[in-house]
Design a protein around this ligand. Structure first.
Ligand SMILES: C[S@@+](CC[C@H](N)C(=O)[O-])C[C@H]1O[C@@H](n2cnc3c(N)ncnc32)[C@H](O)[C@@H]1O
Length: 273
């Protein structure tokens, strides 16, 4: 028996949204506290951090990301892709869709110490750990919320200030409208010559057959559709283990100089196809 059972259902229903908001606020405040630099870190993280100083091989870093965080990437796609991005020496990196934070960890360990990161997700996980295991001098700012909601877009713009992303990795909402909304909202925050990457450019089983046969939880959604449109218009590269696989695959476009894109992207950022 709990006390709430004595409260009439109509009143409970009326106050349910407020109670939920208070709970969410409490959870998010607690998470921010645990993620803060002054919250004591477990000894096991400290040992891991010390051992990371000697790890440069991206395949070893991938294995650590999988073990310590969880990462929804194929090693033979993400490793050569990040090596390609690293060659452009990005100093300002955006990531939409962090999930467990394994990909964030990998980006941070592979890119230079002075790099700045901004990460967005509906629900943030393992941020304190990712920050703690980052390279000296790196900074990770995060925003919790819908990536293409005006509030989140404005907050990202504020965090960026006068800088622009050198590299943006989009792996958030996988619905066609959602991934397109991300592309349109953030395109103008990427510098000309910068890179914009999409995960899950390979159609998944559902997209190919209209049915989900296997037990796989992979959901590529409509990313492959947007990718088909973009690859016609932009200089691009693809990192795909196999076009027969169920989802995954990374596509990256190079943002041209603004004057070159007038025909394909409107002032609001939308792509004409
Ligand atoms: C496929 S997972 C990302 C995997 C991660 N990039 C990795 O490589 O391990 C997709 C993530 O996008 C987030 N997401 C989905 N829709 C979103 C939205 N509208 N705004 C922000 N994040 C979103 C989900 O919460 C989830 O964490």
């Amino acid at each position: 028996m709990t006390l709430t059972q004595y409260i009439p259902t109509a009143i409970r229903e009326q106050f349910r949204p407020t109670v939920q908001r208070i709970r969410q606020y409490r959870q998010s405040t607690m998470r921010q506290l645990v993620d803060s630099p002054w919250w004591p870190k477990p000894a096991i993280w400290k040992e891991l951090k010390a051992s990371l100083a000697e790890v440069e091989d991206p395949r070893r870093l991938y294995a650590i990301a999988a073990r310590e965080f969880g990462i929804l990437q194929i090693e033979t796609e993400i490793v050569p892709f990040l090596e390609y991005v690293r060659d452009s020496r990005p100093k300002c990196v955006g990531e939409i869709g962090l999930k467990h934070g394994g990909n964030t960890f990998l980006l941070m360990r592979m890119f230079e110490p002075s790099t700045r990161f901004i990460g967005l997700d509906l629900v943030l996980q393992n941020i304190g750990k990712a920050r703690f295991l980052s390279r000296a001098g790196q900074r990770l700012d995060v925003i919790e919320g819908n990536s293409y909601a005006p509030h989140t877009v404005n907050r990202t713009r504020q965090l960026l200030g006068p800088s622009r992303f050198d590299f943006l990795f989009i792996d958030g909402d996988h619905e066609y409208a959602g991934v397109r909304a991300d592309f349109e909202a953030y395109y103008h925050m990427v510098r000309p010559g910068g890179l914009i990457a999409f995960h899950d450019i390979v159609p998944d089983e559902l997209a190919r057959t209209g049915k989900r046969h296997s037990e796989s939880h992979c959901y590529g959604g409509g990313v492959h559709r947007l990718w088909k449109e973009l690859r016609k218009q932009f200089s691009h590269r693809e990192f795909v283990e196999s076009w027969d696989q169920n989802g995954f695959g990374i596509g990256v476009i190079v943002k041209p100089n603004d004057h070159q894109i007038m025909g394909s992207i409107s002032a609001s950022g939308s792509v004409s196809t």
